[in-house]
Design a binder for this molecule. Sequence first.
Ligand SMILES: [Zn+2]
Ligand SMILES: [Zn+2]
Length: 335
Amino acid sequence: MAPTFLDRDLRIRPIDVFIDPGKPVDRAIITHGHADHARSGHGAVLATPDTIAIMQTRYGADCAGQFQPLPFGERIDIDGVGVSLHPAGHILGSAQVRLEYRGETVVVTGDYKRLSDRTAQPFELVPCDLLVTEATFGLPVFQHPDPAREIARLLRSVESWPERAHVIGCYALGKAQRVISLLREGGYANPIFLHGAMIRLCALYEERGIPLGPLLPSIEASKAELAGKIVIAPPSAVKDRWSRRLPDPVLSVASGWMSVKQRARQSGVELPLVISDHCDWNELLTSIEDTGCETVWVTHGREDALVYQCRQMGLAAEPLNIQAFEDDGGETDEE
Ligand SMILES: [Zn+2]
Ligand SMILES: [Zn+2]
């Protein structure tokens, strides 16, 4: 049964609603707050309450004509199309979109992961006929390690260098809060220092019920006070003049891409931490299989390898080749 009501640009044809459109449209469903999925200027946005709060924090309260919050698991009917949102486990509020029309079920994953993460609602498996999956780490070479092990390496390094600051490059939305939360899980109770770009979104996570422990703005600390401490900063700040105000900093970046050793070396990262908020190869395959889908559309990443593997598994599979758009904040969502 080939589903027919979703176009390849993720437009839900019977109701003219787009999912994560790259340019402003009249009506959009937004999976989560990262800039390659959520953008400003839509007429109406349907999303989880957390995603709406994130969009309004990043882009302003009136970044869409109107907002319709849809809590996880609540189903609404839009002119005959059943729509519900289900946790994707990627960042706070991140959702998969489930659509049902004339007996056909489609799930659009957005970005997702299945590893436990205290800063995101846990991934829910949603059976479907057609699965539209991301493929950011869609190559067999990507096998993400246990994040607790990466955090333990960081904490050992902090202990070994009491005179140095550790500065960890993290995307401001999602990765920063996850790394802080993992540090707390790993037993680190000291204040964690924040680059200015991190403060607003960390505060928003706390407001929305995600505890992050004691956080301080790094700008208010003297160089001496930052010795032996952990500072969270955007990846761009780690490598520029900004980090020179830290005492002999150990440069670190937390990203799924840090498993590509060459990439870490080239960017001068002394302590690469492989912490990903996306599925790795095996997680992608398991998830596709678990949904029981017959057809897979692959988008956002390494499409060809995953399409090939899905066909080997006996599924109908196609790449979507949705044009990635230039985001406006200079921030990419490549964790
Ligand atoms: Zn994302
Ligand atoms: Zn993304």
